[in-house]
Design a protein around this ligand. Structure first.
Ligand SMILES: [Zn+2]
Length: 152
């Protein structure tokens, strides 16, 4: 399993670079490792900077959807936004309310290097925005209100 780096590691604050070759051995090996790590940590998304790689790639695992999203471009966003609770595997035990676009359209490359267009709403749209922020060095704590620690 991959090690997840945590805030305030500076890797989380860098802008990540596009993936040049989706079919390279490095990327093809990384994708299942990231998927496995996300599932093991019970996350719904995991971005490459969180495992120490500043490249524009993230995985999403939500209900029956397992998505690999590479070089994403959010090409449409709803005017409507909504608040909901978020957390992050790189910021353990913190939660807060974040305002996000309710729905969006994203273009990206899948694990086979094929261009995809996805319309998403609700939690899926939220996860895509949270993970895309990671690729730009933005963390949910930058946007959250009512940040709270969960104490066990
Ligand atoms: Zn996160």
């Amino acid at each position: 399993m991959l090690k997840i780096i945590t805030h305030p590691n500076p890797i989380l604050r860098k802008r990540s670079q596009n993936v040049a070759d989706v079919l390279s051995d490095k990327i093809q090996k990384l994708i299942p490792e990231m998927m496995e790590t996300m599932k093991a940590k019970e996350g719904v998304g995991l971005a490459a900077p969180q495992i120490g790689q500043n490249i524009r790639l993230f995985v999403v695992g939500y209900k029956d959807k397992n998505l690999v999203i590479i070089n994403p471009k959010i090409i449409k966003k709803s005017l409507l936004k909504e608040w909901d609770e978020e957390g992050c595997l790189s910021i353990p035990n913190k939660y807060g309310q974040v305002k996000r676009h309710k729905s969006l359209t994203v273009k990206y490359l899948n694990e086979g290097g094929q261009e995809q267009t996805l319309k998403a709403s609700g939690l899926l749209a939220r996860v895509i925005q949270h993970e895309t922020d990671h690729l730009d060095g933005i963390l949910f704590i930058d946007k959250a209100k009512n940040l709270a620690d969960i104490l066990y």
